[in-house]
Design a binder for this molecule. Structure first.
Ligand SMILES: [Zn+2]
Length: 474
């Protein structure tokens, strides 16, 4: 029997549209958008959206859920992370699976699938490559071709654990490009940064601010340009993750001006916070903002906003990589607490999954920094297009999954870790007062968030076998 659902009287906003319309859903798929669809709806479940904005569910293409770094483990599972995402208006996550050295990426995907089985929203996977030897690359190509994992990730940072040399990065770019995939790059000059870290620690400069001072913006810019040149040589698209520095934006702009298929993402913490946060009173407070790349000064933040407005940056993703501030919350392994108080041993990462859309709605509408359409584009449509999920995800159109968010523009919300659904014990944005409030969230036509109530369940998220990545020009 067909299950119908009607959302009536809302203001439907996509990356291009802004119309008063009803949205009719059948079996989880949008089947009609138009005026007065009530007559067609029959016995449909009805939701009144008068006065509300109807948005496509958010697509967050940068998370690290249930992720083991070796010395620490992120504190959100796919269940808790998905729930947090949903309450923040995100219904699709593309998370980073991780190939360890000597391990086949196919095996790494199997391992990730087990953890992702509890997902409460829809999930896809990227694959972090830390070993690009010949046989590994053959398996990576199989992932792209057969498993719907159409994006690989490489690091030019963290020489002791994750970094690939330029040759390996080039091999990954060439392989991905040849299969209709794309490489995502963490671009910082890991080798130079490693020396700065060693020097700082040897001199006893170990407080959180040295995390930022040992990872200068110029080294993010350098690695970004280098990787773009390698991508040009490989004739493959490339996606720069978590851009934080004006130097990196410049490299992206320069390449895009030459029509090179370079795409780039930034994160809410770089848009809303600055490196002043490292001057916190206690080590533990400063440790909360130890994420990589580090927070930077106002001039960098301005460059990121400018990049979003000019379309040189296409995506805002969260890099949700949560470790609790206190070891008392979930135990030391899930926390930033360490034996010695030194910036170089604190797990790198911060939360953000639940606050992305609320922060951007406030910035877009209340502060006028972006149009509402552009907000939808950078949080849903562009990431879906770049990572092979469009038009199933990322928009409201006939035939799309009915992943829908009802947002009350007249509502207000106050960010607080206490009211969040993630297992994390802090928010980077504690106390922020925001315009707008999410009232309802639907995943494939099913109401999963209803005000403060949660109707989702573990395992209801489906695995998304993605189409080609980087195949569009944005
Ligand atoms: Zn990350």
């Amino acid at each position: 029997m067909t299950k119908r659902m009607l959302i009536s009287g809302g203001r439907v906003v996509t990356a291009v549209d802004d119309v008063q319309a009803d949205v009719l859903v059948e079996d989880g798929i949008v089947v009609a958008i138009g005026r007065d669809l009530d007559a067609l709806a029959g016995d449909a479940e009805r939701h009144d959206a008068r006065g509300l904005i109807v948005l496509p569910g958010g697509v967050d293409v940068h998370t690290h859920l249930d992720y083991d770094t070796g010395s620490a483990h992120t504190c959100d599972t796919f269940e808790s992370g998905g729930k947090a995402a949903a309450f923040g208006g995100t219904t699709t996550i593309v998370d980073y699976a991780h190939q360890h050295r000597g391990e086949s990426p196919l095996h790494a995907l199997e391992d990730w699938m087990k953890r992702a089985a509890s997902a409460t929203v829809d999930v896809g996977a990227h694959m972090i490559l830390t070993d690009a030897a010949g046989a590994m690359m053959a398996d990576a190509r199989t992932l792209i071709r057969n498993e719907g994992v159409t994006s690989l990730k490489v690091f030019t940072a963290y020489p002791r654990s994750l970094m690939l040399d330029d040759g390996a990065v080039f091999r990954a770019l060439r392989a991905a490009g040849a299969e209709g995939g794309m490489v995502c790059v963490h671009a910082e000059n890991g080798a130079a940064i490693e020396i700065l870290i060693e020097e700082a620690v040897a001199a006893g400069r170990t407080s959180p601010k040295y995390h930022a001072l040992t990872r200068p913006a110029s080294m993010e810019g350098e690695a970004t340009s280098r990787v773009i040149r390698l991508a040009e040589l490989a004739e493959s698209p490339v996606y720069i993750v978590h851009v934080s520095a004006a130097d990196a934006v410049e490299a992206v702009v320069e390449a895009r001006d030459r029509a090179i298929p370079v795409f780039a993402e930034t994160c809410p913490h770089y848009l809303f916070l600055t490196d002043a946060a490292y001057e916190a009173e206690s080590f533990a407070e400063g440790a909360k903002v130890i994420m990589t790349p580090p927070l930077r000064g106002k001039e960098h933040q301005n460059a990121l906003w400018r990049g979003l407005a000019s379309h040189d940056l296409q995506v805002v993703a969260t890099d949700h990589c949560p470790f609790c501030a206190s070891e008392a919350t979930l135990g030391r392994r899930h926390s930033k607490a360490t034996e010695v108080q030194s910036f170089d041993v604190v797990p790198n990462g911060a939360p953000g999954l639940e606050t992305r859309l609320p922060l951007l709605f406030d910035a877009a509408v209340a502060k006028g920094r972006l149009s509402l359409n552009r907000m939808v584009d950078i949080t849903a449509t562009a990431p879906a297009k770049l990572f092979g999920l469009f038009p199933r995800k990322g928009t409201i159109a006939v035939g799309s999954d009915a992943d829908l968010v009802l947002l009350d523009p007249a509502g207000r919300s106050r960010v607080s870790a206490a009211g969040h659904h993630s297992r994390i014990d802090y928010s980077l944005f504690e106390g922020f007062e925001l315009a707008g409030a999410i009232r309802k969230v639907f995943l494939r036509g099913r109401l999963i968030v209803d005000g403060a109530e949660w109707h989702g369940r573990a395992g209801m998220g489906t695995y998304l076998k993605r189409g080609p990545s980087g195949a569009v020009r944005l």
